[in-house]
Design a protein around this ligand. Sequence first.
Ligand SMILES: Nc1ccn([C@H]2C[C@H](O)[C@@H](COP(=O)(O)OP(=O)(O)OP(=O)(O)O)O2)c(=O)n1
Length: 117
Amino acid sequence: MAKDVSLLELRQRLAEFAHVRGWDQFHSPRNLLLALVGEVGELSEIFQWKGEVARGLPNWTPRDKEHLAEELSDVLLYLIQLADVCGLDLGEAALSKIIKNARKYPVIDRNYSSPDH
Ligand SMILES: Nc1ccn([C@H]2C[C@H](O)[C@@H](COP(=O)(O)OP(=O)(O)OP(=O)(O)O)O2)c(=O)n1
């Protein structure tokens, strides 16, 4: 069964990782944002020039999927650190945003509702 990983655990482990290496001094909001964007670029490269990709990635090799999982993780880990050094509770903020999104985009007709504006 998959482990239920919390944002709190990830945040704490990342803070410890940076602290014991003396990297706190480099983890300013701006530096973490740039690192995050760099990782989004690496994530994009995986999909670049591939054409449309089916959900579930049926034709991808385990190695390709592992690479994707690593790049997705890098994005997540920098995002969590960015929120942390900004003093924001990312989990709480994301839940609030989901509620806000639901109010903004009420379900009117399941057959015709679209994420387009
Ligand atoms: N100052 C740093 C440096 C790294 N990391 C962590 C967050 C990412 O999960 C990962 C990023 O490491 P790399 O910069 O080595 O990037 P990649 O793992 O993408 O390696 P490469 O760019 O060689 O593919 O390490 C971090 O938290 N703080």
